[in-house]
Design a protein around this ligand. Sequence first.
Ligand SMILES: C[S@@+](CC[C@H](N)C(=O)[O-])C[C@H]1O[C@@H](n2cnc3c(N)ncnc32)[C@H](O)[C@@H]1O
Length: 198
Amino acid sequence: MHFTVEAQNRVRDWIAPGDIAIDATAGNGFDTLFLANAVGPNGLVYAIDLQSAAIERVHAKLDEADLSARVELCVGDHAELERFVRGEHRTRVACAMFNLGYLPFSDKSIVTRAESSLPAIRTAASMLRPCGILTVLAYVGHEGGREEADAIADWVAGQSDQFDIQHRSDSTNPNSPILWWVQRRISSLDAVQSLVRP
Ligand SMILES: C[S@@+](CC[C@H](N)C(=O)[O-])C[C@H]1O[C@@H](n2cnc3c(N)ncnc32)[C@H](O)[C@@H]1O
C-alpha cells in the first residue's frame, strides 16, 4: 500500500464530523480534501503550505468539491502553527498530517527541513486531544531528508510516556519513506476531567 494512502487509513477512524484537523503540508491538497470530507460541514481543517501557488491550487480543488467553507487556508511556515490555529482549537485537534519533502513536479528546493518541521510536529502533538493522532511521512532520498527523518525518529523515541507510537518503512529499501503515526493516550487527568464535565 502506498505510504500516503496508509497515512490516511491510520487516521480515518479517529476523525469524526465536527472535528478540528490540520494538514501541515497542504501541497496538492489530497490530504486536505480527505480531511475536509472527514470533519464534515461543522468541522474545520487548517491547511498550511509555504507556497502560495500550492495553496491557490488547494483552494481551486476545494471550490470544485464545494468544501471550501470547512477549510482555513494558511500560507506560511508550519513552524508557526500557533499563529494559524485559533486559541480555542489548540487543545482539541483530532488529527494532524505531515507529508514532508517537496511538492512533486515543482521546485525541489522548497522542501521541508528539520529546523521547521520538528518544531511544527512538536506543536501539533501538543494540540492533540486525547486519542488525537498525528502522522508524519518522511522521505530520505533528497538532500537533508535523512537528517530530517533522523531528527523526527529521535523526537519520537522520547514521547512514549504520553503517546502510542508506531511506524512503517520498507526494510528491503534503504531509501524507503518512513511513516510514523503518533496517538495521544488518555491520561488520568483527561479521565477525571471527562467525569467532572457537565
Ligand atoms: C510532499 S508535499 C505535500 C503533499 C500534500 N500532502 C498533498 O496531499 O498533495 C510537501 C509540501 O510541504 C510544503 N512545505 C515545505 N516546507 C514547509 C514549511 N516549512 N511549512 C509549510 N509547508 C512547507 C511544500 O511547499 C510542499 O507543498
